[in-house]
Design a protein around this ligand. Sequence first.
Ligand code: CP
Ligand code: NVA
Length: 306
Amino acid sequence: MRHFLGLKDFSKEELLEMLSIAHRLKADLKAGQAKPLMSGKTLAMIFEKSSTRTRVSFEVGARQLGMHPLFLSSRDIQLGRGEPMKDTARVIGRMCDMVMIRTFEHARLEEFAAHSPVPVINGLSDDFHPVQLMADYMTMQERGCAEGAVVAWIGDGNNMAASWLMLAAKLGFELRIATPKGYELPDRWVQMAESFAKSSGAIIRYGHDPKAVVSGATVVTTDVWTSMGQEAENEKRLTDFAGFTVDESLMALAKEGALFLHCLPAHRGEEVSEETFEAHAETIFTEAENRLHAQKGIMVWLDGNR
Ligand code: CP
Ligand code: NVA
C-alpha cells in the first residue's frame, strides 16, 4: 500500500504512469465511456482548510469512479475538538477505503498516514500541494509543452513552489524560481530536490528577479502571496511582494506562446494582473478541470487497478 503525500515519494515512472491513467480516464469520460473502476468503495475527505476545487474535484471524481465520497469538515468532526490524528486514522480506516486530507502542518498528514490502514492522499498541506502539480503537468502535456519545459515560478516559496521544485527535480525539467528576499523555499526541500536533480538532470535556479527568470520561459506560474493560515501577515506581504505581479510586460519576456498557469484562487492585482489572468483563462480553467482527471488517475493507481 502507498500513500500520496508528496511527489518526492515517487519515481518519475510512477508519476508518469498515474498521469497516463489520468489522460485515459479523461478521454473515456469525454467519450461517455467512464468506468466505475472503484465501485463500492468509500473515499473520506477531511478538510481542515477551505476549498472549492479540491472538494469538488475529489467528490465528483470519486462518484465517476463508482465510489461514495464522504465530506468531513474539521468543524463538524471530533478532530476539530482535539481528537488525535492517529485515532481518527484508525477509525476511518476501519470503514473507508481511501482518505484525502487537507490540513496545516505536513506532520499532521504524516501522522495520519502512519496510522492509516488505507491509502492517504495529500489534498494540500502547509508544505506541499502535490495533486495540483499533477493537474498542472497534465495540462502542460496536453498543450505539448512538457518536453523541454522551462518553468518560471514568480512569488512565494510556499507549498506550490515546493511542489514545483519536487516535480522538476523528479521529472528532470528546468525550473527557475524568483521569490522576494525572505520568502525563499525551505532549505530542506532545496537540498532534497538537489539530490533528486542529480539523477534526473533537472536544472533548478533560485533568484529574486522576476524578469530574469521569466526571460525565455515556456511556462510561467504563480500563486497567492498569502496562503491559508498566513492571513495575519497579509499586509506585510503586500509590501514585500511589490514587483512580483505577473502582468503582460513580464509575460512579454517569456517565450512566444508561453503558458500561464495558476492553481487558483487568484488575487487579481496582486500576484497576477486582470489582463494576464483573462488572456490565459482558457488554460487556467483547463488546469482546474484537470484536477478531476489527475486525481482520478492517482486514486486508480493507489488502488492498484491500473
Ligand atoms: N487549487 C486549489 O487547491 O483550490 P481549492 O483551495 O479551491 O481547493
Ligand atoms: N498556497 C495556497 C494554495 C491554495 C490552493 C494556499 O496554501 O493557500
